[in-house]
Design a protein around this ligand. Structure first.
Ligand SMILES: *[C@@H]1O[C@H](CO)[C@@H](O)[C@H](O)[C@H]1NC(C)=O
Ligand SMILES: *[C@@H]1O[C@H](CO)[C@@H](O)[C@H](O)[C@H]1NC(C)=O
Ligand SMILES: *[C@@H]1O[C@H](CO)[C@@H](O)[C@H](O)[C@H]1NC(C)=O
Ligand SMILES: *[C@@H]1O[C@H](CO)[C@@H](O)[C@H](O)[C@H]1NC(C)=O
Ligand SMILES: *[C@@H]1O[C@H](CO)[C@@H](O)[C@H](O)[C@H]1NC(C)=O
Length: 419
């Protein structure tokens, strides 16, 4: 989520997946499958669910978690506390802090799963407002109890308020080991806005120092992660993966990469968008000026792609020109969006996104999404800002590596339902 745009709520999938097992593939890469813990295919665990395998060079070293999709958001599972409790938070490359709602909670939105209870965890500890970690959060103040109180305001006026605390996070590595790490996270005590009752908080994956990836990276040894977001129409029982660490690097056939652009604000992943081709017609990001580096940020917490109007307008006009149907004009739900009446997705043009050094092809699955029954809309909007947001619809079915070690973002076309 990145101001000033909207968060669209998603639905939690309370889908239980057990352990991860890895197998080496013949090209020297690795495939990972999700298997049930009782599965005879689970080679590393005995009846006590303890790791019995031996580490060897065939098992890469990355930490993984599952990600599910519904209603335009993606939820990542994180186990926190002792004993561990699973929380499902919005995957958000557009912000940093990790938070979940905690009891007692007078001002929380309703959630279906029980809220995290610090009193029931033996590894929970408060972080004082004098600590260095607290000072990393701009909004932090001292509570009357000297705790580190934060307030995070999102674009749509959603507010997350709570205290920063330290807790154990449990993850499984691709080598099959259970790995415990201490992280600072927000224990939410007053959260309001567009969150729905399936979301238990938010996992900030931005580049700032309190983000989940930065914290994991500083312990696990590398500031990179990769994600494979599922398309909007995916069966809710399917999960894909997000990986952290050295071996989450995106490599192999079909990988294209674009430089990350460092700016004063460390949180967003800025890249440079030169233009987008609609079919064979090239629409430049800006025809009247030299392109500024880092004109677009990649945000998994924003569903739609949002572009400055002087780029969006010619782009949408070209898309419309290449679709034989008439767009909907008379529907208040549609408003100014570019939408079509169709039972199934459009046979629309392929869009080629020209990032600096990387061309990424978007299919109708990425560019048109259902608004309601029988209505599909262009999954892009315009804004009057000059930085664009590359949203999560456009990121689906790509294994995308965010790499602050090499300062690049890599895209690999991937069927994320099979990943
Ligand atoms: C499970 O744990 C118990 C107690 O630690 C141990 O006695 C037993 O051998 C373990 N079972 C297996 C299959 O490793
Ligand atoms: C919760 O936050 C709102 C504003 O976001 C504030 O008005 C209210 O006093 C807060 N409630 C508590 C219990 O802190
Ligand atoms: C990750 O890579 C860095 C640099 O190559 C290395 O120092 C570190 O030990 C690696 N960490 C892990 C967990 O493999
Ligand atoms: C394109 O350049 C013009 C002239 O410098 C500027 O006014 C406009 O904001 C730019 N548009 C975008 C989308 O950056
Ligand atoms: C991805 O794989 C699934 C399962 O085989 C299949 O149903 C789906 O059509 C594939 N998606 C794409 C975009 O190829």
């Amino acid at each position: 989520m990145f101001h000033p745009y909207f968060l669209v709520a998603s639905i939690l999938l309370n889908y239980f997946i057990g352990l991860l097992a890895t197998t080496a593939s013949n090209n020297g890469g690795f495939t990972v499958e999700l298997i049930h813990p009782d599965s005879p295919k689970s080679p590393f665990y005995n009846a006590n669910k303890t790791f019995t395998g031996r580490l060897n060079k065939y098992y890469p070293n990355a930490l993984q978690s599952q990600v599910t999709a519904l209603n335009a958001q993606h939820l990542m599972k994180v186990s926190i506390g002792t004993p561990p409790v699973d929380i499902y938070g919005i995957v958000d490359t557009g912000s940093d802090i990790v938070w979940t709602q905690c009891v007692p909670c007078d001002g929380c939105y309703k959630q279906i799963n029980p809220m995290f209870d610090p009193q029931k965890s033996s590894t929970y500890s408060d972080i004082s407002c004098q600590s260095g970690q607290c000072r990393l959060i701009d909004s932090a103040t001292c509570s009357p109890q000297n705790l580190c109180s934060y307030t995070y305001v999102y674009a749509d006026a959603s507010i997350a308020q709570g205290v920063l605390a330290k807790e154990k996070v449990t993850m499984i590595s691709t080598s099959g080991q259970t790995v415990s790490l201490d992280i600072a996270f927000g224990c939410g005590h007053n959260d309001t806005g567009t969150f729905n009752d399936h979301e238990m908080g938010l996992i900030g994956l931005g580049g700032g120092s309190v983000s989940f990836v930065s914290q994991i990276g500083s312990i696990f040894g590398s500031n990179r992660f990769s994600q494979c977001l599922l398309p909007y129409d995916t069966d809710p029982s399917i999960a894909s993966k997000i990986s952290f660490g050295n071996d989450s690097e995106v490599v192999g056939d079909g990988v294209v990469s674009t430089p990350l652009v460092a700016k004063e604000d460390k949180t967003p992943y800025f890249v440079t968008l030169e233009g987008i081709s609609v079919g064979d017609t090239y629409v430049p990001f800006n025809s009247s000026r030299k392109l500024s580096k880092g004109n677009v940020l990649l945000d998994s917490g924003t569903p739609q792609t949002i572009m400055p109007f002087d780029f969006y307008d010619p782009l949408a006009a070209e898309v419309q020109r290449q679709i034989a149907m008439d767009p909907i004009k008379d529907d208040p739900d549609v408003g100014t969006q570019l939408c079509y009446r169709t039972k199934t997705n459009l046979d629309g043009p392929i869009l080629t996104v020209h990032f600096e050094g990387a061309n990424v092809q978007l299919m109708p699955l990425h560019t048109f999404v259902p608004l309601k029954d029988g209505v599909y809309c262009f999954a892009m909007q315009e804004s009057d800002g000059d930085v664009g947001i590359y949203g999560n619809y456009a990121q689906a079915n790509f294994l995308i590596g965010f790499d602050r070690e090499t300062m690049k973002v890599s895209f690999k076309p991937t069927n994320c339902t099979k990943q």
